[in-house]
Design a binder for this molecule. Structure first.
Ligand code: DC
Length: 220
């Protein structure tokens, strides 16, 4: 069974997807983490992402693995654990930029489908999981919440992780990414037609999880 969880920035996709996977005993796949891993590599190698040839070469030389164990996800970039590093603001920004490039998306979609085949029962989270990667998924969830709520949630989450961030810069970055994700030409953020839209603005975390579990069980 494939459950896709999609939605805008900061809506809580990761926390929700992780918890649903845990309760169902499914494998959790975070597609954003894969974009982030590649983004980190372009930063480390100082690659000009507008130079398509260099970027293609970089992709060919890149190995991204997701290891899901005991409820937590490890992201390996060329064998190195980058799970923490990919959460930095500069990586978020770069990930959003490279996600607009067709070659990058093609590579990711391919890789993500392979993970799906390998693990069978999955909760896969990310922007185009229900529309492009797994259009035949048994359950597609699209989470929404007003932008102010999402900004606060994400900010709190980063603070809890111990990041020291400038609020104004963070909001500016957030809004830039929001616009880029929604307006990019390839696979802009939009709910799949057959997705269930869950407005989490006034719901507790537990309420969101329960709602999704009920929907999942109906489809098993
Ligand atoms: O969900 P996230 O913030 O970790 O994702 C990082 C960036 O990657 C985000 O700006 C959008 C992009 N992304 C995407 O375009 N498609 C996906 N399936 C997942 C992420």
């Amino acid at each position: 069974m494939i459950i896709t969880i999609d939605g805008p920035l900061g809506v809580g996709k990761s926390s929700v997807a992780k918890e649903v996977a845990k309760r169902l005993g499914f494998t959790y796949i975070d597609t954003g983490a894969m974009y982030r891993a590649l983004a980190l590599k372009t930063l480390k190698k100082n690659i000009d992402i507008n130079n398509l040839e260099n970027l293609k070469k970089l992709i060919e030389e890149t190995d991204i693995q997701l290891i899901y164990e005991n409820g937590s996800l490890k992201v390996l970039l060329d064998g190195e654990d980058v799970s923490e590093e990919i959460r930095k603001e500069e990586v978020s920004k770069r990930a959003s930029e490279i996600a607009t490039i067709k070659e990058v998306r093609d590579y990711m979609v391919n890789l993500q489908r392979k993970f799906g085949e390998k693990y069978k029962n999955i909760v896969i989270e990310g922007r185009d999981t229900g529309t492009v990667i797994f259009p035949d998924a048994e359950l597609k969830i699209f989470l929404t919440a007003p932008v102010e709520v999402r900004i606060e949630r994400r900010y709190k989450q980063l603070l809890e992780k111990g990041f020291n961030i400038d609020y104004e810069k963070f909001v500016k970055n957030f809004m830039e990414r929001e616009v880029r994700d929604k307006t990019r030409e390839i696979n802009p953020l939009r709910p799949a037609e057959d997705s269930v839209i869950v407005d989490t603005g006034n719901m507790s975390f537990e309420e969101v999880i329960n709602k999704i579990l009920i929907l999942a069980k109906e489809r098993m």
